[in-house]
Design a protein around this ligand. Structure first.
Ligand SMILES: Cc1cc2nc3c(=O)[nH]c(=O)nc-3n(C[C@H](O)[C@H](O)[C@H](O)COP(=O)(O)OP(=O)(O)OC[C@H]3O[C@@H](n4cnc5c(N)ncnc54)[C@H](O)[C@@H]3O)c2cc1C
Length: 456
């Protein structure tokens, strides 16, 4: 028998959870189906041997919508903020150098040479026009600033967010504010200042956050609110359009197959699944979603006795330029940022390996990854002994790449979706991969669905 639901959300990562929650809050009986046994997608916190680990994102930036959501879910008091002035480092010539975080620090820093600093002065007082063609992050950085700035700061920063390759990432898709800043103000610095001024509300320094019991607190709170409207171990296998305009959704769960009919279907899955489902509606073409590349990433958490680490570990962690010829992309010093991450007298350090510039790294065995990371970070942090704890998680499809042509691919997807009223997409490949961006995108989609189902 076919059950009818007013709105069905597919995929219980943060995007799907927030979308389903917002729909239900607005009075729509939305249901959420998630194929795996647990909701949360790549957000996964575990406790083992006294360590509190994040297997996916380590923390997130606070945004107005996230703050409001936490307040509404009653979990604001669980939030922890990383020390806002914790230094971040970049590995240059085998040494950790602090990343300049303010304009005076930037101009005083020995990290960058005079010609890079002069390029910033030129940007502030001059005028430039971005090219019409989609420009890569690397080409943009070389055109506006310098090769050194690309190698020492932009490249490592891009690894930290996308685990991506600046030669292939599209500036206008991956960092739209920089592109729009140059287009509207003729200067990156003036454009960014203009954007900051146009933001409503008090100025705030972006802070990194997590919860006392890990990022999954947000997932649990959303899942609890959804209650029986959340179905885990339930996979969407196929969708089809009915003559009356509804969408027929075939679910597979432990009980077998079930069919659901809905007038509002929100796909909050990664692009391989969304693309596969879309191509079932439009058999004439393969969805452009299928061609969005993902970076594979290994997340390696190591625990050390503090007395075995020569470095003070005072800071956020460090990023590694590709020219340093290490396989570690960067390391987060979890126990320096948040309390309760490691047993007394121990430190928890989480490193990332792989990304689009080193895809074969994630094919290594977990034990090989743990020893590779230990070897590489030991040289940087002067550790004396082997780690006393390790955990390795491999994400074969960790982060979508906003590569050259991304905006064209999304425009083609939007055009194809417009032929199927009642079908929406949300997820980390649309407006940015950060948790806050996924939340913003999911809320915007929920509002579009609400406006269609319950016009005011
Ligand atoms: C290693 C790593 C580090 C990161 N670091 C940070 C960070 O520091 N800060 C930050 O803000 N962000 C970070 N991110 C990014 C951020 O965590 C993700 O972009 C975001 O959580 C993705 O959420 P999502 O719901 O869009 O997708 P996902 O979490 O991928 O969820 C999609 C869900 O769909 C389900 N699904 C798939 N197919 C089906 C089907 N057929 N039927 C039903 N369900 C299905 C999946 O099981 C999954 O649960 C990181 C990500 C990774 C992987």
């Amino acid at each position: 028998m076919t059950r009818h639901v007013p709105a069905l959300v597919v995929g219980g990562g943060i995007s799907g959870l927030v979308c389903a929650h917002a729909l239900r809050k607005s009075g729509i009986d939305a249901q959420l189906v998630e194929s795996s046994p647990r909701p949360g997608g790549v957000i996964h916190s575990i406790t083992r041997d006294g360590y509190l680990l994040e297997l996916g994102p380590q923390s997130f930036s606070s945004t107005p919508a996230l703050r409001e959501l936490c307040a509404e879910l009653g979990i604001s008091s669980e939030l922890l903020q990383a020390p806002p002035r914790a230094p971040r480092y970049v590995l240059i010539d085998g040494k950790l150098q602090p990343v300049p975080l303010s304009p005076p620090a930037f101009f005083m820093s020995s990290l960058l040479d005079g010609s890079t600093k002069w390029a910033f002065v030129r940007d502030i007082f001059g005028k430039s026009i971005p090219p019409d063609d989609d420009e890569s992050v690397a080409a943009f950085t070389r055109r506006k600033f310098s090769k050194q700035f690309l190698d020492r700061l932009v490249g490592p920063f891009v690894s930290g967010i996308y685990a991506g390759d600046p030669e292939r990432l599209s500036l206008r898709s991956a960092f739209p504010q920089l592109y729009e800043g140059e287009q509207s103000a003729g200067s990156i610095v003036r454009g960014m200042m203009r954007l900051a001024k146009s933001k409503k509300g008090p100025r705030e320094r972006p802070t990194l956050q997590t919860f006392r019991r890990g990022n999954e607190t947000l997932v649990h709170a959303l899942a609890n609110k959804l209650g029986p409207a959340l179905f885990t171990r339930t996979r969407v296998a196929a969708i089809a359009r009915q003559d009356n305009g509804s969408l027929d959704v075939r679910l597979e769960n432990q009980k077998g197959d079930e069919s659901i009919s809905t007038r509002s279907l929100i796909l909050a899955t990664p692009t391989d699944v969304a693309g596969m489902l879309l191509s079932q509606l439009d058999s004439s073409s393969q969805s452009p979603l299928s061609s969005i590349e993902y970076a594979a990433v290994a997340v390696v958490s190591l625990g050390y006795r503090k007395k075995d680490v020569g470095h003070s570990l005072n800071g956020f962690g460090f990023l590694v330029p590709r020219s340093a010829s290490l396989r570690v992309l960067g390391s987060v010093w979890n126990s320096s940022l948040f309390p309760g991450r490691a047993p007394e007298g121990h430190a928890l350090l989480t490193s990332f390996v792989g990304g689009t510039t080193d895809p074969s790294a994630t094919k290594l065995k977990p034990a090989e990854l743990a020893s590779l990371v230990h070897r590489e970070i030991s040289a940087v942090l002067s550790t004396k002994n082997e780690p006393v704890f390790s955990n390795v998680t491999i994400w074969p499809r960790a982060l979508p790449q906003y590569n050259l042509g991304h905006s064209d691919r999304l425009a083609a997807v939007a055009k194809s979706c417009s032929r199927f009223p009642g079908l929406w997409l949300t997820g980390n490949y649309l407006r940015g991969p950060a948790i806050g961006s996924c939340v913003d995108q999911a809320l915007a989609v929920a509002e579009e669905v609400r406006a269609k189902l319950v016009p005011r």
